[in-house]
Ligand binder design. Structure first.
Ligand code: NAD
Length: 382
């Protein structure tokens, strides 16, 4: 089978993308699997990988249109552009972050063209799928980036310093949402010497927060629960209000607040409103990881820093550009692990097997159907 790796930045919707779905190391592994690998010119440039390095690894380099026309499997960091659609072969396999809940028109077009679409976001969070879990590999790096951005914007240092000139107290960091990104933000802030408090509606994470040296803020919201896949459930209006009220004093007391709360397949919850922002001290910093998908913080703008009542609100945008090399390495490994799992070693074919739990959940279009029940319901508005 022929695999083509696109240069995502050539799609105007993702012009600032620096990641790539392959590295020379994963190209060699894919070739060992029996795949023929072609890379779009400059696909690795944002991650400091040259076309020559890809060639030395055994790939050929070509234009996007030619590569897509010939490919059986097309690898994206993000997803196809409209221009790519007309070049995709019927029955081609597209793999990438397809944003299935919010990119309905694209998913429907892929389905109409009988393309098999494997959406990275839909890979289950199971032990077996861990090595392919790009949501986690990328969220982990985003957690680190958020702390670095906040630290660079704060007029304080993070660690305690006792000097003959005086003692500097450690900065106070409050992390709301302790999933993969939040836990890495906690660990990074602790490494830099900050005093860290965290909160999550899933009480089970309290132990993980404490094992990283953070303190867990206890808020009694009653039953909050989690889905069978371990995702947070949406709170009732009463619980939402209770959380907003109970967090206020911790937020007002913090130098940095980092929000990472997400709800699978839905808009993220608003956790900080303008009234709470007004309670924070001037010069403090808020980083909103959910800015791109609707925001945890009222008024945040993805990719921008806005100042509200003297508080800098950083809306996380293209965070991966600051750690593009590592983000590419991790994502390329996830994709390579996925292909190693599902390409038949004897025939060299990618086997679409809906009895496999990982493929059953992550393949969202196949043979002209939208084949994920959750997505079909979502598109119908259920
Ligand atoms: P996520 O990105 O979906 O959300 C981030 C965090 O926000 C979650 O911890 C969630 O509970 C929290 N949250 C939601 N609403 C909130 C609110 N109102 N206030 C505060 N916090 C709120 O989370 P994620 O990092 O993708 O992790 C989701 C789940 O998947 C977790 O249970 C995680 O342990 C699990 N997971 C499992 C595996 C695996 O088994 N291989 C891998 C990664 C993650």
């Amino acid at each position: 089978m022929k695999v083509f790796i696109v240069n995502d930045a050539k799609n105007t919707d993702f012009a600032t993308e620096k990641r790539c779905a392959a590295t020379p190391i994963t190209v060699k592994k894919l070739i060992r699997l029996g795949l023929e690998v072609t890379v779009e010119s400059n696909a690795g440039a944002g991650s400091s990988i040259t076309d020559d390095e890809f060639k030395e690894a055994g790939a050929s380099v070509t234009t996007r249109a030619k590569g897509i026309k010939e490919a059986d499997i097309v690898l994206y960091v993000n997803r196809p552009s409209d221009a790519d659609l007309k070049n995709l072969k019927e029955k081609a396999i597209v793999i990438g972050h397809c944003d299935p809940f919010f990119a309905q028109p694209l998913i429907e077009k892929l389905s109409e063209q009988k393309v098999t679409t494997l959406s990275i976001e839909m890979i289950p969070r199971s032990t077996r799928a861990q090595k392919m879990d790009a949501l986690s590999s990328q969220a982990n790096l985003a957690g680190y980036v958020m702390v670095m951005q906040a630290a660079n914007s704060l007029p304080n240092i993070l660690p305690m310093m006792m000097t003959p000139s005086g003692t500097i107290k450690p900065a106070k960091v409050f992390v709301i949402g302790a999933g993969v990104a939040g836990l890495q933000a906690i660990a990074t802030a602790k490494r830099l010497g900050a005093s860290v408090l965290a909160y999550d509606t899933r009480a089970v994470v309290a132990e993980q927060v404490e094992s990283l040296g953070g303190k867990f803020l206890k808020i009694d919201l009653g039953e909050t629960g989690q889905t069978k896949d371990g995702y947070a459930k949406e709170l009732t209006d009463e619980q939402k209000q209770k959380q907003l009220d109970a967090q206020k004093s911790a937020i007002a007391d913090s130098d940095i607040v980092i929000t990472t709360a997400q709800l699978f397949g839905r808009k993220p919850p608003q956790l900080i409103n303008k009234e709470t922002l007004a309670m924070m001290k001037p010069g403090t910093v808020v980083v909103d990881m959910a800015a791109q998908s609707g925001g945890n913080v009222e008024g945040s703008v993805a990719g921008e820093t806005v100042t509200v009542d003297g508080v800098k609100v950083i809306g996380l945008g293209n965070w991966s550009q600051y750690v593009a090399k590592n983000a590419t390495e991790m994502y390329a490994n996830n994709i390579c692990n996925l292909l190693e799992e599902f390409v038949n070693k004897e025939t060299g074919d990618f086997e679409v097997d809906f009895d496999d739990e990982i493929l059953a959940q992550s393949i969202i279009t196949h043979g002209g159907d939208i084949c994920n029940q959750m997505l079909r319901n979502h598109y119908k508005g259920d």
